[in-house]
Design a protein around this ligand. Structure first.
Ligand code: MG
Length: 180
């Protein structure tokens, strides 16, 4: 693999791991403020990010290349409101979409078809991620300061359960624990 591509994929393991880390911080903040359903939703989101990181890691290994993990920065620890949490989450997902699109561009320039193919799953996944988080932002904006409305959203979001994505590329590897 071209070293430039490998560097980008190693960097993406960091990006996805940080995603999980910031969502964990968001889940903790939501729960401490009484929004247990939204906290559950964020915990599920964090677990999905671990899978995203694993896919990139497995892919590097499958290509016979070297995994090099980068340092993870400290996420914020508190937010002004659930709306502020989900707005930040949306902004973060837009950033991740930008990263994926950048990697697609690099793969195309290097004529790395295998990496280009693997990335297509993430292209689709990012549409879903932005839509899901965007829906939460929209609903929270609708209810505004209405406490009852916020609790209704909280209850609904609490029903989200973690599922291992069936179609994920390079995941799980044979014998790899999925945590499902
Ligand atoms: Mg992700």
């Amino acid at each position: 693999m071209d070293p430039k591509m490998l560097k980008e994929i190693n960097q993406q393991i960091q990006e996805e791991t940080y995603s999980g880390y910031i969502y964990l911080a968001m889940a903790a903040d939501l729960e401490s403020n009484g929004f247990k359903g939204m906290a559950t939703w964020m915990q599920v989101q964090a677990r999905e990010e671990k899978i995203h990181a694993d896919i990139f890691l497995n892919y590097i290994l499958e290509r016979g290349e070297k995994v090099e993990l980068e340092a993870i920065q400290k996420p914020p620890s508190s937010w002004e409101s659930p709306l502020a949490v989900f707005k930040d989450a949306l902004e973060h997902e837009v950033h991740i979409t930008g990263r994926i699109n950048h990697m697609v561009k690099v793969a195309r320039e290097l004529n790395d078809n295998a990496t280009h193919n693997m990335l297509q799953w993430f292209v689709e996944e990012q549409v879903e991620e932005e839509a899901n988080v965007g829906e939460a932002v929209q609903q929270l904006e609708i209810v505004g300061e209405d406490g009852r409305g916020k609790l209704m959203i909280d209850r609904e979001m609490g029903s989200r359960v973690f599922n291992v994505p069936a179609s994920a590329p390079y995941y799980p590897k044979p014998g790899q624990a999925t945590g499902a």
